[in-house]
Design a protein around this ligand. Structure first.
Ligand code: PRP
Length: 277
C-alpha cells in the first residue's frame, strides 16, 4: 500500500493508497493523521520528496505512527537524497551530512529504501537495504523527445561512472568524456576540458544527476560551443535550478524529473517519476 506524504508528488497511483492528512502546528512542528482503515499486515511504501531536515521530521513521525498501528514492513521511496553531495569532509570543521541523514533513516529499521539516481556510491553504501533506481528510462524518454542522433556528454568523473551504463542501456550511444576543475582553496569552478575534438555540428546531451546553480553546465556548454557543437541539451535527474532558467538559456532543451519539485510553467520539461519507475 502507498502512503504519499507530499500531495503534489504522488507516484504509484495504480496501487492501493492510504489516506492521511499532514499539516504543521503553529509552532512549526509537523504532524500527520493516518486514516486507520487498511490492513496493517500489508507492506506500506512511504513516498516522500525528502529535500531537507523539515521533510525528515515528517517522515520520522509518520514511521512512528505506522509502527504504533502495528505496521511491520515499511519501504521508503525518496527519489532525491538530501545532502548526497556532502559525501566527504573537504576541510576540518565540516559535517558529513549525508551520513547524518542516512543514520536517522537507518534507525527507522525500514525494509527497503529506494533512491533515484544517487549522486555517488556513498549514499547507498551508508543506507541499509538501499536500492538505487538508475536514470536509464529517464534518459531514454529524453531521447524519445529530442531524437537519438546525439552524443552523451559526461561533465565530470562522478557522472562518467554512470553514463557508460546509460549508453549501454540505450544501445551504445556515443559518450564524450569531460572534466571540470575547481580552485583548491575556494572550491569554485575554474575550468572544463572536453576530450573530443570532433563535435562539429553534433547535437549534445549533457547527462548528470543534479543541476543546482547551473555553473557546471553553463561552463561546459561554452566549451562545447567552442568546438562548434550543434544543439545543446541538458538532462538532470534532480532539478534544483536555484538560479532559475535564464542562466541556462544556452540550452536548446532542459529536462528533469519531479524528484525535487514540480517547476510548473518553467522553461524545463519535467518527466514525472510515475512514468519512469
Ligand atoms: O549546477 P551546479 O551548481 O553546477 O552543480 C551541479 C553539479 O554538482 C554536482 O557535482 P559536484 O560538483 O558536487 O561533484 P563532485 O561530487 O564530483 O564534487 C552534480 O553532480 C553536478 O555535476
Amino acid at each position: 500500500m502507498i502512503l504519499n506524504l507530499d500531495p503534489k508528488f504522488a507516484p504509484f497511483q495504480n496501487q492501493d493508497q492510504i489516506k492521511s492528512q499532514s499539516f504543521t502546528f503553529s509552532g512549526g512542528e509537523p504532524h500527520i493523521k493516518i486514516v486507520p482503515d487498511f490492513d496493517t499486515n500489508r507492506k506500506v511504501t512511504i513516498t516522500h520528496r525528502l529535500n531537507s531536515f523539515n521533510d525528515l521530521g515528517l517522515l520520522c513521525i509518520t514511521v512512528d505512527a505506522l509502527r504504533r498501528m502495528d505496521v511491520k514492513i515499511i519501504d521508503l521511496f525518496i527519489p532525491y537524497f538530501p545532502a548526497a553531495r556532502q559525501d566527504r569532509v573537504m576541510i576540518p570543521g565540516e559535517p558529513l551530512s549525508v551520513k547524518v541523514y542516512a543514520d536517522i533513516i537507518n534507525a527507522m529499521q525500514l525494509n527497503k529504501v529506494f533512491v533515484f539516481d544517487a549522486h555517488s556510491e556513498v549514499t547507498p553504501a551508508l543506507l541499509n537495504n538501499c536500492t538505487v533506481i538508475p536514470n536509464y528510462t529517464f534518459i531514454k524518454e529524453v531521447l524519445n523527445r529530442i531524437g537519438e542522433n546525439v552524443k552523451l556528454i559526461s561533465p565530470d568523473g562522478g557522472a562518467l561512472k554512470k553514463i557508460y551504463k546509460v549508453s549501454e542501456f540505450l544501445g551504445g550511444v556515443e559518450v564524450v568524456e569531460c572534466s571540470k576543475s575547481r580552485d583548491v582553496k575556494t572550491g569554485k569552478l575554474s575550468g572544463f576540458k572536453v576530450y573530443n575534438d570532433d563535435l562539429e555540428g553534433t547535437d549534445c546531451l549533457i547527462v548528470d544527476d543534479i543541476c543546482d546553480g547551473g555553473g557546471t553546465f553553463v561552463g561546459l556548454a561554452e566549451e562545447l560551443k567552442k568546438k562548434n557543437a550543434g544543439n545543446l541539451y541538458l538532462a538532470v535527474s534532480h532539478g534544483i535550478f536555484n538560479k532559475g532558467f535564464e542562466v541556462l538559456n544556452c540550452f536548446d532543451g532542459i529536462f528533469t524529473t519531479n524528484s525535487f519539485k514540480d517547476f510548473e510553467g518553467e522553461s524545463v520539461q519535467v518527466i514525472g517519476l510515475d512514468q519512469l519507475v
